[in-house]
Design a protein around this ligand. Structure first.
Ligand code: MG
Length: 369
C-alpha cells in the first residue's frame, strides 16, 4: 500500500501569560503537528510536550527527533490505517508517548475523514457537551489569584483548579473560600509534597475541595494510598497515572479515588480510552487532563471526553484562554454554561487552518512514499 505524504510541522504559538507550576514556567506553546495525507484525505495529529523538560522527560526537540528519525520511517514501512490497532502495532519503542499520540491522532482523524464519521463515533462514544474547568497557575500575588478566580467564574467554567506548592496552599484555598464561598474548587500540587506535610493535607481536607491532585511524588503509589486512607477529600493521580500498568497498580492499592487521564501521556486516544475503561471497571472516576495542547489535540481529547466515566470537568479550556491564536477553526469556545459543544462534521469537526500553521511554524519536514 502506498501511504501518501506525512508532514511534520513544528509550531510555536505565544501564550497570553506565562504558565507557572511548582517545577517551572513556559511562555509559548510548542507543538508538532502531524499531517497525514492518503488517497485525497488528510488526518491531523498533535504531539505536545512542554518545552524545557520540567513537566516530563519529553521535550519538543526530543519528540521531533524521535518522530523524524524513528517513528515516521517505521510507519512508512509499516503503514497502518486502522486506528483501533495502530498503537498496538507500534513496535516497543521505549517511552515517547507524545510522539506516539501525535501519529496515532493523525491516523484516527484520517480514518474518521475516510468514513465521514465524527471522532466520538469512531471511539464508540456518544455526542454530548463536555464540561470545562479552568486551571490557574501559581500566581505572584493573592489579589492576582483572586482576580483570576473571579474572571473564570464569570466566564462560566464548571470548576476552578489552582496550583499549589509547599508554603502556598492552605491560605490560598481559604482566601478563595472566603471570597467566593462554596464554588467547585480543586488543587493540583504537581507532586511537590511528601507525607511529612500531612498536617497541610489535613487542613486542606476541611476546605471542601473537589479533589487534591497529585500531592506526592510520581512513584509514591503506596504513600498516596496511605494519604487517601487518611483523607475524606478524594486524591486524584495525574503524573503517577502514566501507563496502563501504573494505573493497574493504583487501582490494586486503592491509591486514589480519581484519575486524570491525559491522551498525550498515555500515548494516544486508544491507550487513553483503555485507561478510561480500566478505571471504569474498577469504580474509579476519571477526568480528561491536558498538557495543555493546541487545537488539534484539544479537539481530539474532547471527543474522547464524551465517554461516560469522565465524571468531572475537563482541563480543556477555550482556545483564547492560553493562546493569542490557535491553528484550528472555529476556535474552541466555552459556553456561558461552562461546556464545550463539539461542532458537526467528520473527524474533529474543527478544521486545521494551513495559513496559521505556516505562520507559527518554526520547522517543517516532509516524507513521501
Ligand atoms: Mg496535574
Amino acid at each position: 500500500m502506498s501511504l501518501g505524504t506525512i508532514r511534520l510541522h513544528w509550531v510555536r504559538v505565544p501564550l497570553h501569560e506565562a504558565f507557572r507550576i511548582s517545577s517551572g514556567e513556559v511562555s509559548a506553546k510548542e507543538a508538532i503537528l502531524i499531517e497525514l495525507t492518503h488517497d485525497g484525505k488528510t488526518g491531523w495529529g498533535e504531539a505536545s510536550p512542554m518545552p524545557g523538560a520540567f513537566y516530563s522527560v519529553e521535550t519538543p526537540e526530543g519528540t521531533w527527533d524521535f518522530l523524524r528519525r524513528r517513528l515516521v520511517p517505521w510507519f512508512l514501512e509499516n503503514p497502518q490505517l486502522d486506528p483501533r490497532s495502530v498503537s498496538e502495532q507500534m513496535p516497543e519503542f521505549d517511552g515517547e508517548p507524545f510522539a506516539k499520540a501525535g501519529l496515532e491522532g493523525a491516523v484516527w482523524d484520517l480514518a474518521a475523514q475516510r468514513e465521514s464519521k465524527p471522532l466520538w463515533e469512531l471511539l464508540g462514544s456518544k455526542r454530548c457537551p463536555v464540561e470545562s474547568g479552568a486551571a490557574i497557575g501559581l500566581m505572584p500575588t493573592l489579589p492576582q489569584l483572586l482576580d483570576r478566580v473571579r474572571r473564570f467564574q464569570s466566564e462560566g467554567y464548571r470548576r476552578i483548579k489552582i496550583k499549589i506548592e509547599p508554603g502556598h496552599d492552605v491560605e490560598l484555598v481559604r482566601a478563595i473560600r472566603e471570597r467566593f464561598g462554596n464554588i467547585s474548587l480543586m488543587v493540583d500540587a504537581n507532586a511537590s509534597y511528601s507525607l511529612e506535610h500531612i498536617s497541610t493535607f489535613e487542613e486542606l481536607d476541611r476546605l471542601g475541595l473537589m479533589m487534591i491532585e497529585q500531592p506526592l511524588g510520581r512513584e509514591a503509589i503506596a504513600e498516596h494510598a496511605d494519604l487517601q486512607h487518611r483523607l475524606r477529600t478524594p486524591v486524584c493521580l495525574d503524573e503517577s497515572a502514566h501507563s496502563l500498568d501504573a494505573i493497574r497498580t493504583i487501582i490494586r492499592l486503592r491509591a486514589s479515588r480519581i484519575l486524570n487521564i491525559k491522551v498525550q501521556r498515555m500515548g494516544g486516544l486508544g491507550p487513553a480510552r483503555a485507561a478510561h475503561d480500566l478505571a471504569q471497571s474498577a469504580g474509579i472516576r476519571c477526568w480528561l487532563g491536558t498538557m495543555p495542547e493546541l487545537g488539534v489535540a484539544s479537539a481530539q481529547g474532547l471527543h474522547l471526553g464524551t465517554m461516560p466515566n469522565f465524571k468531572f470537568p475537563s482541563d480543556v479550556e477555550a482556545s483564547a484562554r492560553w493562546y493569542v491564536d490557535d491553528i484550528i477553526y472555529p476556535h474552541i469556545e466555552v459556553s456561558a454554561g461552562g461546556t464545550i459543544d463539539l461542532p458537526e462534521g467528520p473527524g474533529m469537526g474543527y478544521r486545521v487552518d494551513p495559513e496559521k500553521v505556516a505562520r507559527y511554524r518554526v520547522r517543517l519536514e516532509e516524507f513521501r512514499t
